[in-house]
Ligand binder design. Structure first.
Ligand code: NAD
Ligand code: IPM
Ligand code: MN
Length: 354
């Protein structure tokens, strides 16, 4: 019987209830494939910051690196602030830079049976945003300057940082199963190279890397036009690669087209560590009320298991989520929460595990 060592960060707000749901599904699904999950909890986030002045406990990065995979709930509480006005409980910089997880993989898929504001057919929205995760505008985190009258942050794009994430995006395009409507494998570079030098470097490096992947179409869009296209013709997209801040914004936009933030999982992938979390935040207003959609966390668990080599279990969980929606046992209200509550989704998905 094989085992998978999972570090678990329950997080803040809706984090703990989502993680509980995902772990219940992952444990059941793994057991059917003869795999045991060995869980170890790593407290981190806003509550930990409020108590200790740091969002991670000492030694946390080493413990997370040692795990086979990390399942993370959303963290952060808007009222837990640092003296500079930014939030103290966030882990984005600490984990993404600390673990050098340079690629943030955000699949956006419209599942059959999911209500959406779009007129798209189920299956026709199926793309992956690869968000650069260690530089761009976010490198300025904690380093911007501010006085009473003005404040400024800085964006940094490096050749090496761009090259590795663009290569990752092309490899994703080669490997992934979903496809754009026309069946042509492509990677779309999203930038603002018409205005900003940093983005001009990003696009030049993209073109250099693209030339090494003649089997995959290279495509470009300015970020403003990309936001429009993601709404009016999402079927054209396969893999998109972009700077950190653009990826933050456009992935939430994508979520809005496929049933909401609660449908969208993500992986933060590096050479030595990886962690998996919903793309959304800790939704403090609905925390502890059995109102949140746990699908984002459950699908993050599937991505984690796939990353750990447990393809059959990952596919089992994804199929169960799809079947729960397709058969109408789970449905999402216009509010973004599931009909019947968080726990009813957990039970429906477990019930649909083949
Ligand atoms: P949010 O993503 O938490 O919430 C935005 C909206 O979506 C809210 O209306 C919320 O109720 C709803 N929502 C989010 N997830 C949902 C789900 N699973 N089911 C149903 N509804 C859901 O964003 P916010 O309100 O801007 O931020 C709240 C906190 O989360 C802040 O502290 C922010 O910094 C933090 N945050 C953390 C992460 C992370 O840990 N990865 C990501 C984004 C935001
Ligand atoms: C995300 C979040 C984070 C980000 C915040 C919480 C630091 O919004 O993972 O998308 O901006 O990267
Ligand atoms: Mn975000």
């Amino acid at each position: 019987r094989s085992t998978v060592q999972v570090s678990v960060i329950p997080g803040d707000g809706i984090g703990p209830e989502l993680v509980e749901s995902a772990l219940a599904v992952m444990t059941e699904a793994s057991a059917r494939d003869g795999v045991e999950l060995v869980l170890r909890e790593e407290p981190a986030g806003a509550a930990v910051y409020a108590e200790t002045g740091d969002a991670l406990l000492p030694g946390a990065l080493d413990r997370l690196r040692a795990a086979d995979g990390v399942l993370k709930g959303p963290v952060g509480l808007p009222e837990v602030r640092k003296p500079d006005g930014t939030e103290g409980g966030l882990l984005g910089g600490l984990l993404r830079i600390g673990l050098d997880t340079f690629a943030n993989v955000r699949p956006i898929r419209l599942l059959p049976g999911v209500r959406t504001v779009m007129r798209s057919e189920p299956g026709s929205i199926d793309y992956v945003i690869v968000r650069e995760n260690t530089e761009g505008l976010y490198l300025s985190r904690g380093a911007g300057v501010r006085n009473h009258h003005a404040a400024s942050d800085q964006m940094l794009i490096t050749r090496a940082g761009t090259e590795r994430v663009v290569r990752f995006a092309f490899e994703q395009a080669r490997q992934r199963r979903g496809a754009p409507r026309d069946g042509v494998r492509r990677v779309t570079c999203v930038d603002k190279s018409n205005v900003l030098r940093s983005f001009a470097l990003f696009r030049d490096v993209f073109d250099e890397v693209a030339a090494r992947y003649p089997d995959i179409e290279a495509d470009h869009l300015y970020a403003d036009a990309a936001a429009h296209a993601l709404v009016v013709e999402p079927e054209r997209f396969d893999v998109l690669v972009m700077e950190n801040f653009l990826g933050d914004i456009l992935s939430d936009l994508g979520a809005g087209t496929v049933g909401g933030l609660g449908m969208c999982p993500s992986g933060n992938i590096g050479a030595e560590a990886a962690y998996f979390e919903p793309i959304h935040g800790s939704a403090p207003m609905i925390a502890g009320k059995n109102l949140a959609n746990p699908v984002s966390q459950i699908l993050s668990g599937a991505l984690l298991l796939r990353h750990c080599g447990q393809e059959a279990t990952a596919a089992r969980i994804e199929a169960a989520v799809e079947s729960a929606f397709a058969t109408g046992r789970v449905s999402i209200l216009p509010s973004g929460g599931p009909e019947g509550g968080t726990e009813s989704v957990t039970q429906a998905v477990i019930g649909a595990l083949g």
